[in-house]
Design a binder for this molecule. Structure first.
Ligand code: PGA
Length: 254
């Protein structure tokens, strides 16, 4: 495989793990993946574990991500977390517009876009999630949906900001279902996303921006998915909660 983009694999722990459980997993990851240089590795614990996890990974190649943040810098926003608060724990990445937030919290492309701009203003790298539902795929509108999400969620980003962002293509029907997109389906969607980036920004931005695949990534399918020319890593949910499966995904991807 000869890609000039470095693979990036992120574990999205969602609303799982106490502080003690998070520390247990992250100590294991540090032990097992200490020597891995070929892949950028990111763990995204719940907010409540960021502080303790950040201390453990300080002297390792693991990087810290958050699962969400506010588009506002501060003020009367009960229950929200700002970019600067994340920065206090050495957070480098933040997942934005995950389909669960789009679905349950009604997050729109416009809000995701404001969050992405706020992340960049604080020098956090957003991992912007997009993806179609099963009904949209079956109706043949996958590309239309991706095009609208890309244009809506990335409007106003500069070229530099875009290539410092990560995109995650996560077909909603593949998330947590055990049914991953085939390598061909993933490659086709990623190639479409890259073409769209070229039209929105330019060829250089399109070539440099990393696009992760997410949705039922497992040790058994990681190698095939990661070897697709336009797949530059994975956003892993369920399989990132367990040491063995996450380390095997990383090792199988190299
Ligand atoms: P999954 O979740 O790996 O459990 O399918 C992926 C995600 O939601 O990012």
């Amino acid at each position: 495989m000869n890609k000039d983009r470095k693979l990036i694999i992120a574990g999205n722990w969602k609303m799982n793990k106490t502080v003690a459980e998070a520390l247990d997993l992250v100590h294991g990851l540090k032990r097992e993946l200490a020597g891995v240089k070929e892949v950028d590795l990111v763990v995204c614990p719940p907010f409540t574990a960021l502080s303790e996890v950040s201390k453990v990974i300080l002297d390792s190649t693991l990087r810290l991500g958050a699962q969400n943040m506010s588009d506002q810098p501060g003020g009367a926003y009960t229950g929200e977390i700002s970019a600067m608060m994340l920065k206090e724990f050495s957070v480098r990445y933040v997942i934005l517009g995950h389909s669960e937030r789009r679905q349950y919290q009604r997050e729109s492309d416009e809000l995701v876009c404001r969050k992405a701009l706020a992340a960049h203003a604080a020098a956090l790298k957003p991992i912007v999630c997009i993806g179609e539902t099963l009904a949209e795929r079956e109706a043949g509108s996958t590309e239309q949906v991706l095009d609208a999400q890309l244009k809506g969620s990335l409007a106003g980003l500069s070229k530099d900001q875009m290539q410092e962002s990560i995109l995650a293509y996560e077909p909603v029907w593949a998330i947590g279902t055990g049914r991953n997109a085939t390598a061909e389906q993933a490659q086709a969607a990623h190639a479409f996303i890259r073409r769209t980036l070229a039209a929105m920004f330019d060829e250089t931005v399109a070539r440099r921006t990393r696009i992760q695949y997410g949705g039922s990534v497992k040790p058994a399918n990681a190698r095939e998915l990661m070897s697709q020319p336009d797949v530059d890593g994975a956003l892993v949910g369920g399989a990132s909660l367990e040491l063995r499966s996450l380390t095997d995904i990383v090792k199988n991807s190299i």
